[in-house]
Design a protein around this ligand. Structure first.
Ligand code: C2E
Ligand code: MG
Ligand code: MG
Length: 693
């Protein structure tokens, strides 16, 4: 060694001795070969104790060889790790290593510089200076449910807590020394570089939501906060990362999103979502000056499926018909379920307004094939209302409301059809609303009353019975026909109250006539299917009430329309059977207006069949209709049912009715509906010229 070399050696030794960082060297076999005073302070071992110790006793998680495998690691690069001191406490440190030649074994050893990351707290008596503080940090890290990870600035993992193991499936031994990108899905590899750049600049990345991979390949949704790790001089040397599993929160958020936007049963968008689609489509149509269409769809008689086959059948049908409707539309069209049996379609781009009719035809056709459910073939049709933008409205609410109005018109026009919105529908709807409000007051204000139309036995000219027909004398509008206010009462939920009022009046009238006449005429009265289907059976007390009045139920005939028997649920049929068992007679009204089906008469026993006036009107000129009616009458007679022909206006019609052997006739030819006093006056002989309504 020359003088200069000797001087250098002295200088180096002085530096090593004075250095604040622990400096130690290890041979290729990992045993400590040199030790400076700072190392003695940090680890608590004197030089003579330390020499020959195995490195893992001092730096249990640090392997200089593994550290060297860090991609891009430069010789002096720091790695965060833990130093174990004489008392067994772990202290976070930054370790940097430089390879040195071990001339004795001709192999590589390491010079390690160990820099404590935490300043030592003032010495507490009887306790190593940093022990308590370390215990707290360590147990926090150990117990945390969050993954707490540290890594170098090149992204190599330097520590890995049990929370990280639980979250990602890897044990500490499998991750320390490995690149953190091992946890990154392929499409997220870029994230690490961006994060590390920000960390290197001393920035903190907070609550960054992303996806990582579990050891088993599954995806873990995490919220990550990453902070720079600095050495005692303030230099950024790595990053600490706290990752929280937000999978549960994401699933909850997705469930909330679905609940807010998707119909739970059918999976298609719900009303809320449709309005958003519609809003966007309107904005786009505004920019492109194009048209769009909104269809409001209501499934006809859907309630009957629920009532007769149960809710499971109803749900099943809704799912199946949603699929058919969806398949009939373009992928850019939006099908939404608005609730119950109501759907809507948004046609966002209409090249030609006529296209909307093609779509409606396709939707009707899609429902035409019957649906199979538990051995039943369910026939379904829909009423569709159409509104177009810009012609019928500019906002989602306006378009939906107008399409809805048009749909109601389609229902009134006989269902299974599509109707386009017209401005008059708004006025009609407003008038209906006002009228419905008035109707609520009509009962209390004594504006309702009954007229009685004679029903005559064929061949006779005097009333055999009467049909009670409801009239509403509106204070401002005059006489409102029942064809107008009965459906309104049904829609407004007033029909049970109204029906009960009719029953009570009819019973009182029957009572009066039975006092006045030895052979009091029977009175028939109309009962709405909705009234018969009410949750609390409104007909329960009728028989007992009649008995109290000294009347037999047989003096009254309950008229129900054909559709009640055809497609209403078991509840109505049961009630009708009970009423008949109590002695009431039952008439099927308006026979021939629905899907006439004599087989339906086998579902419940009835006493009368009333052939609708539309059929009677066609009898004289139509031999086929005549033959059909004749067959219907013959069949009814074989079932023990008497037949009433409704709406006879001419002698010709009466003659045909008699030819086909109808039992009774009713119509203007005999008399119009009459006031009760007038009706009773003509019991012996009908007045010659028909009276006014
Ligand atoms: P409906 O039960 O079929 O009653 C027969 C309808 O035909 C009555 O009309 C009657 O005035 C009319 N009519 C009778 N003969 C002739 C005729 O020769 N020519 C013509 N063109 N019409 C004739 P109205 O009174 O307007 O009643 C219409 C419908 O309203 C009834 O049809 C019935 O379904 C319903 N309705 C009437 N009163 C009540 C009621 O108290 N409760 C319920 N739920 N519905 C009722
Ligand atoms: Mg009737
Ligand atoms: Mg009728």
């Amino acid at each position: 060694m020359d003088r200069r070399q000797a001087a250098d050696a002295c200088l180096f030794e002085a530096i090593v001795l004075a250095c604040d960082d622990a400096l130690l060297s290890v041979c290729a076999d990992g045993l400590v070969s040199s030790w400076n005073p700072a190392a003695a302070r940090l680890f608590g071992y004197s030089q003579s104790e330390a020499l020959g110790m195995a490195l893992p006793e001092l730096l249990p998680q640090y392997d200089p060889g593994a550290s060297a495998r860090d991609a891009g690691a430069s010789p002096g690069l720091s790695t965060q790790s833990f130093a174990r001191d004489r008392a067994g406490q772990l202290l976070p440190v930054l370790v940097s290593r430089t390879p040195i030649d071990d001339p004795v074994r001709a192999a590589r050893g390491w010079l390690l510089s160990v820099h404590p990351l935490l300043a030592r707290s003032p010495t507490a008596p009887g306790r190593p200076p940093h022990a308590y503080q370390m215990n707290v940090y360590e147990s926090l890290v150990e117990c945390s449910d969050d993954a707490i990870i540290t890594k170098t600035l090149s992204g190599v993992v330097t520590s890995w807590n049990p929370g990280a193991q639980r979250m990602f499936g890897y044990a500490a031994g499998e991750m320390i020394g490995e690149p953190i990108t091992k946890l990154f899905p392929a499409e997220r590899h870029d994230e690490e570089e961006i994060i590390l750049q920000r960390i290197a600049q001393g920035e903190r990345v907070e609550h960054f939501e992303t996806v990582r991979l579990h050891k088993d390949g599954s995806r873990v949704h995490v919220s990550v906060t990453i902070s720079p790790l600095r050495d005692a001089s303030g230099r950024v040397v790595g990053a600490s990362k706290i990752a929280r599993d937000i999978g549960e929160r994401m699933r909850a958020a997705q469930a909330i999103w679905r609940q807010a936007h998707q119909d739970a049963l059918t999976g298609v968008p719900n009303r809320n979502s449709l309005r958003q689609h519609l809003q966007l489509a309107l904005e786009q149509a505004g920019r492109q000056a194009s048209e769009l269409g909104v269809l409001y769809i209501d499934i006809d008689h859907f309630k009957a499926v629920n009532d007769s086959l149960g809710h499971a059948a109803g749900d099943n049908l809704l799912v199946a018909l949603t699929q058919r409707l969806r398949a009939a539309l373009r992928s850019s069209d939006v099908l939404a379920r608005l609730g119950g049996d109501e759907f809507a379609v948004l046609l966002p781009v209409l090249d030609d307004a006529a296209h909307v009719h093609t779509v409606c035809d396709k939707l009707h056709a899609a429902l035409r094939q019957p649906f199979a459910y538990a051995g039943h073939a369910l026939h379904v049709s829909a009423s569709i209302g159409v509104a177009l933008h810009p012609r019928d409205g500019d906002t989602p609410d306006e378009l939906l409301r107008r399409a809805d109005l048009a749909m109601y018109q389609a229902k009134r026009d006989g269902r299974a059809r599509s109707v386009c919105y017209e401005p008059a529908m708004d006025q009609q709807a407003r008038a209906r609303l006002l009228l419905a409000a008035d109707l609520r007051r009509a009962v209390q204000h004594d504006e309702l009353h009954l007229l009685y139309q004679p029903v005559v036995r064929c061949g006779e000219r005097r009333p055999a019975k009467f049909e009670a027909l409801l009239r509403w004398r509106h204070p401002g509008l005059g006489l409102v026909p029942p064809g107008r206010f009965i459906p309104m009462a049904e829609e407004a939920g007033l029909i049970t109250e109204l029906g009960e009022w009719v029953y009570r009046r009819v019973a009182a009238q029957a009572c009066r006539w039975s006092v006045q006449h030895a052979a009091a005429p029977q009175i028939s009265f109309n009962v709405s299917p909705l009234q018969l289907n009410a949750d609390i059976d409104p007909t329960r007390g009728w028989a007992a009430h009649l008995l109290e009045l000294g009347l037999q139920p047989r003096q009254l005939v309950i008229e129900v329309t054909e559709t009640v028997i055809l497609d209403r649920g078991p509840r109505i049929l049961e009630r009708l059977r009970r009423l008949r068992a109590e002695g009431f007679q039952i008439a099927v009204d308006d026979f021939g207006t629905g899907q006439s089906n004599l087989a339906s008469l086998s579902r419940v026993e009835v006493d009368y069949l009333k052939i609708d006036q539309s059929l009677i009107r066609k009898l004289p000129g139509d031999a086929r209709k005549l033959a059909i009616c004749e067959a219907v009458v013959a069949m009814a007679h074989r079932l023990g049912i008497e037949v009433v022909a409704e709406g006879i206006e001419t002698e010709e019609e009466l003659q045909k009715v008699q030819e086909i052997a109808c039992d009774y006739g009713q119509g203007y030819l005999f008399a119009r509906p009459l006031e009760a006093e007038q009706a009773v006056r003509c019991l012996q002989q009908l007045p010659e010229p028909p009276q006014a309504d």
